[in-house]
Design a binder for this molecule. Structure first.
Ligand code: AHG
Ligand code: MN
Ligand code: MN
Ligand code: MN
Length: 338
């Protein structure tokens, strides 16, 4: 019998290190992993059943919703409502925060912010997609419905964050501020098993990930940084390798393992950047910092930004610390846009 440690066992083990922990966070993470298994099952058969493709509606941000965006959103919400550890959820796929009305939910101390399906345009072509989640203590009184203030907290107040990558294997990676740990899903057992304990990102890397189709409208500093990545300096492993999947979770996961940088700056279509501060940038920033890397909007630490609206977008630079430092240097030297 191989020495298998499941995600459930691992969380309980970690919880024992905090004698006053109530187990609520463990139970909340259990609801997330249950929904992840259900979504994983659906994604795996996406080519066979009528679950791929667009649904014909738009979300609050004007994006065409895919059937699986809506499916994943429903499953994660339902799993969290059922376990009574969450008083409300803000989601990329919802206009406003969803408030759970049962008294048991009102008594809960956590709110969750979620990108239920990340990279959803990749579903139809069988490319990796993901889920990203971010957990905070509410600031409003327990026993009452959560308020806007609960959802608009800066990222440094996160209690836990993580993602699931539905890839060539499915993995769940999370942090509670005590390192980053990865679990691979064994579908035959129906369990996430510890496979990557204490994940760290190399300080330097040689992969850069950016949608270069938007080049013309990138800030000067980003254009210069891209040229820097492409220069021939073999002793510094340049030119770097360009890799871009178009699912943040998949691009992030690869760069976390190998060392690299992911960039989504301001563009013509998205003057503030495309990625959402609350559902995408903050949770990834928490994970990358816990892994020894860095996340900024070009000038400011992502987790220090005070959010002012749920669907707020920010430019996003995340990955190996020396690479993020370098792009910040370029943005500082060349702040102009054209
Ligand atoms: P989502 O599918 O949750 O809306 O996120 C899409 C995001 C992110 O996953 C990805 O990195 C990025 O959009 C890709 O954008 P471009 O197609 O503009 O490169
Ligand atoms: Mn979307
Ligand atoms: Mn996304
Ligand atoms: Mn999404």
């Amino acid at each position: 019998m191989p020495d298998i440690k499941t995600l459930g066992e691992y969380i309980v083990e970690k919880q024992h290190a905090f004698p006053h922990a109530s187990g609520d966070l463990s139970s909340l993470l259990a609801s997330i992993r249950l929904a992840a298994k259900i979504v994983n099952r659906e994604i795996n058969k996406a080519g066979l059943v009528d679950i791929a493709g667009a649904i014909g509606t738009e979300n609050a941000q004007g994006e065409e919703q895919q059937k699986l965006d809506v499916y994943a959103n429903e499953k994660f919400k339902a799993a969290m409502e059922a376990r009574d550890q969450v008083c409300g959820v803000a989601s990329e796929e919802e206009d406003d925060a969803v408030i759970f009305n049962k008294q048991l939910n009102r008594n809960a101390k956590y709110v969750v912010l979620i990108d239920p399906l990340d990279g959803s345009s990749n579903i139809d072509v069988n490319v990796s997609v993901g889920t990203i989640f971010s957990i905070y203590h509410r600031v409003s009184p327990v026993g009452t419905p959560p308020t806007e203030e609960d959802f608009l907290q800066p990222g440094h107040r996160q209690v836990a964050a993580g993602y699931i990558i539905y890839g060539s294997s499915t993995m769940l990676v999370y942090t509670t501020g005590d390192g980053v740990h990865g679990f691979t899903y064994d579908p035959s057992l129906g369990l996430f098993c510890l496979s990557h304990e204490n994940m760290t990102i190399p300080k330097d890397g040689n992969i850069y990930s950016i949608n270069e189709g938007n080049y013309i409208k990138f800030p000067q500093g980003v254009k210069k940084y891209i040229k820097y990545c492409q220069e021939n300096v073999p002793q510094e492993k340049r030119p770097y390798t360009s890799r871009y999947i178009g699912s943040l979770v998949a691009d992030f996961h690869r760069n976390l393992l190998k060392g690299g940088i992911y960039l989504y700056p301001s563009t013509l279509a998205y003057p503030n950047g495309k990625l959402r501060l609350l559902y995408e940038c903050n949770p990834m920033a928490f994970i990358i910092e816990q892994a020894g890397g860095k996340a900024t909007d070009g000038t400011q630490r992502i987790m220090d930004i005070a959010p002012n609206e749920l669907h707020q977008r920010v430019p996003f630079f995340v990955g190996s610390s020396n690479m993020v430092d370098k792009v910040e240097e370029y943005l500082d030297t060349y702040p102009d846009h054209d």
